[in-house]
Design a protein around this ligand. Structure first.
Ligand SMILES: Nc1ncnc2c1ncn2[C@@H]1O[C@H](COP(=O)(O)OP(=O)(O)OP(=O)(O)O)[C@@H](O)[C@H]1O
Length: 442
């Protein structure tokens, strides 16, 4: 068992059309693959939009924070989903194949690029598809040594209710057993290749709760949890391992004002924020090394319990927009991500060694059967011997009785003493044999 820190990556998406039109200032400067400055000094670079030189607008108008922050990986606006996959997800797939549970969750405000990172667009596959493609490629490579069974589930947590995105059913209940939090009544879908996965992802996404907000026309209003359960069976030793890869697309972490939501959307936002607040509390407590972590405060944190504090290698991808329009949200996301860096999880390889090779079990069974037969025949022999000794004792008792009855003034005590010694010896031997028989039978 080893302790590992949660890995944290930050992805900055390109400016979108709205942000460009408003000439918003860039509040992120990526320094290198592992560092960025939040709210840097203004750059002198000229800024053109539709061929015209533009002046930056800075709605924040405050002293620049100029915060340098370091993360495990930082991706600038030029990065594509394949880059995130190569750097962050491929090592996780390797870990999964070695028997470690792995989780990745994307975090950020509405419109920051979480769903784009996870699922991609029509022609740009997201990291979920790329990861599954790699998983199937590696399974092919291991084909001679291992057999695999793959089952997937796709859930959403919407307004604190857990729903199955692959079949239309009512809300599901969470319960806890020795393996952690289990979703009651959830049947896994078997898949055989990455293309089957795409169909299921499309189906799941169609069922996912989405509503336009001011910040994103197709905003996901729920937390989506995609899980791959893999059973690996070593062909030689029949050793089984079951590992879980979880990919979680969290709903936007924005403040209500930035989405200008009212009524039902506001309630949604409140619920999203409630579960994200619970997630934030768990992250803070875990980062501080607290003993009690309030996972039970929301269904989201109950489901993520494994990924945050359990036996799991976890990656958090924090998505941010570079525009000053999202100043507060971006700052909050980066603060969240920095806290998450401090969390350590304990990882152990999932191996169940009860399944020994069939030939080994057969041999062991045969050996034990012949040992039982040998012990049985030994018991029989001892029983025979006991019988003989018992009859000898009987004879001696009869003799002693006869001598006592004769009472002819012979030196009985002297003559009998030899017999008494023999009788004692026989009794002792009988006792030993009985004890031995008793031991063998038990
Ligand atoms: N790295 C990127 N490159 C190009 N376009 C991007 C990128 N990231 C996001 N986008 C675009 O920005 C828009 C919003 O992204 P996305 O839907 O992924 O946001 P989100 O964080 O999932 O938001 P929500 O929480 O509201 O669901 C989409 O149109 C998406 O195509």
């Amino acid at each position: 068992m080893s302790e590992v820190a949660i890995k944290v990556a930050v992805r900055v998406r390109p400016f979108n059309r709205r942000e460009l039109e408003q000439n918003q200032r860039n509040i992120i400067r990526v320094l290198d693959e592992g560092a960025l400055i939040f709210d840097p000094d203004e750059e002198d670079d000229e800024f053109f939009y539709q061929g015209m030189k533009q002046n930056y607008r800075d709605i924040t108008k405050r002293v620049k924070k100029k915060l340098t922050m370091e993360f495990d990986s930082v991706f600038n606006e030029d990065a594509v989903n394949a880059d995130i996959f190569e750097k962050c997800m491929k090592p996780l797939v390797n870990s999964v194949m070695e028997g470690f549970n792995c989780s990745v969750f994307v975090y950020g405000a509405t419109g920051a690029g979480k769903t784009f990172t996870m699922l991609g667009s029509e022609d740009i596959p997201g990291i979920t598809f790329l990861t599954m493609q790699e998983l199937f490629r590696q399974m092919d490579e291991y084909g001679e040594e291992r057999r695999f069974d793959i089952g997937i589930s796709y859930l959403e947590v919407y307004n604190e209710q857990v729903m199955n995105l692959l079949t239309k059913s009512g809300p599901l209940k969470l319960r806890e057993d020795s393996n952690g939090v289990v979703v009651g009544g959830l049947a896994l879908k078997q898949i055989h290749n990455a293309d089957e996965l795409i169909e299921l992802l499309h189906l799941g996404n169609k069922n996912r709760t989405q509503h336009p907000t001011d910040a994103n026309a197709e905003s996901s209003r729920s937390h989506a949890i995609f899980q791959v359960h893999i059973r690996m069976i070593e062909k030689k030793t029949n050793t089984k391992r079951t590992v879980k890869l979880s990919m979680i697309d969290l709903a936007g972490s924005e403040r209500a004002q930035s989405t200008k939501c009212k009524g039902l959307r506001f309630k949604e936002g409140a619920n999203i924020n409630k579960s994200l607040l619970a997630l934030g509390n768990c992250i803070n407590k875990l980062a501080d090394g607290s003993k009690h972590i309030p996972y039970r405060d929301s269904n989201l944190t109950r489901i993520l319990k494994d990924s945050l504090g359990g036996n799991c290698q976890t990656l958090m991808i924090a998505n941010i927009s570079p525009s000053s329009i999202t100043y507060e949200d971006t700052y909050n996301t980066l603060k969240y991500a920095s806290r998450a860096k401090k969390i350590r999880t304990t990882c152990k390889q999932n191996v169940i060694t009860t399944n020994m090779p069939k030939e080994f079990l057969l041999k062991k069974c045969n050996d034990q059967t012949s040992e039982i037969e040998r012990l049985k025949s030994e018991i029989e022999k001892y029983k025979e011997r006991t019988k003989i000794l018992e009859s000898q004792v009987m004879d001696q008792n009869v003799l002693v009785k006869k001598v006592n009855e004769a009472g002819d003034g012979m030196h009985i005590d002297e003559d009998l003493s030899e017999w008494y010694i023999k009788i004692d010896e026989v009794y002792n031997e009988m006792r030993k044999i009985r004890e031995h028989c008793y031991r063998l039978q038990n």
